[in-house]
Design a protein around this ligand. Structure first.
Ligand SMILES: N[C@@H](CCC(=O)NCCCC(=O)O)C(=O)O
Length: 246
């Protein structure tokens, strides 16, 4: 690897988690490796310090933005609801992601989002979430079984149908895709300027395109998981990397 890195630099949002007795800003290894290996970009962690400065300044020096998954829930107050359960929240992550989504739209910066990141984009654009999909009549189970191994938790869980003529169908040259499923929350109402790209068998929206962006794709599943073994997911990261290089 040359000392001068000509690859695009892509911002990756951090979660704020306690590693007792301290708080840490962190991002998952599997996301960072997928960006480096499949997208061919250089990931840069973005600390969630919106209480200190406007996070939009990050994007002045970046070529793309990636919103990762995360075990914490997007706070329901961001879509005008009160929490119905007592899950883990991460308000600092919420504030960082929502500010960066807005700033990426202003700059037409390439954006790719997974799972929690998918939910954040929906909420940032005025959409609402189901706080607990497993309590919604007519929807299938979308959570992982945490008693299983990670390989089993992130294994393909259901098919999604790809929208006719959509970005995913064009990129993947197919009409359906097998995806993993590790989420409690999901889309209840779709935000403004979002175009459905994929749905689960129960009708739940599982991917959308951000119409205002030259490249804006968000998926409910985990495309980063063992991306080298999943060519279709690898293609999504390649397309994002190409958009960051454009
Ligand atoms: N908390 C949200 C999003 C779920 C999610 O991102 N799960 C994966 C977390 C671990 C990882 O980063 O792979 C929800 O439950 O809906």
């Amino acid at each position: 690897m040359s000392a001068t890195d000509a690859r695009p630099w892509v911002g990756v949002v951090c979660d704020v988690q306690q590693v007792p007795p301290h708080a840490f800003h962190m991002a998952g290894d599997k996301y960072l490796r997928a960006l480096a290996e499949a997208a061919g970009v250089t990931p840069v962690l973005l600390p969630a310090l919106t209480d200190l400065f406007d996070a939009a300044v990050y994007l002045d020096r970046l070529d793309g933005l990636f919103l990762t998954g995360g075990y914490s829930m997007v706070h329901p107050s961001l879509y005008n609801e009160t929490p119905v359960d007592d899950p883990s929240f991460d308000r600092a992550r919420d504030a960082l992601s929502l500010r960066l989504i807005d700033a990426a739209l202003t700059r037409d910066l390439p954006l790719f989002a997974a799972c929690r990141g998918f939910q954040e984009v929906n909420v940032a654009l005025g959409g609402r979430l189901h706080q607990a999909l497993h309590r919604v009549d007519g929807l299938q189970e979308h959570r992982e079984d945490k008693s299983l191994s990670l390989d089993q938790q992130y294994a393909p869980a259901h098919e999604v149908s790809l929208e006719e003529g959509g970005l995913l169908q064009r990129l993947l040259k197919r009409s359906s895709l097998s995806v993993n499923s590790l989420h409690v929350q999901g889309i209840q109402t779709l935000g403004e300027g979002l175009a459905v790209e994929a749905r689960a068998p129960d009708g739940l929206i599982e991917a959308f395109r951000i119409e205002a962006l030259t490249f804006g794709l968000a998926v409910q599943w985990h495309p980063e998981w063992q991306v080298s073994n999943h060519p279709h997911q690898h293609t999504l990261f390649e397309a994002f990397g190409d958009a960051c290089r454009a």
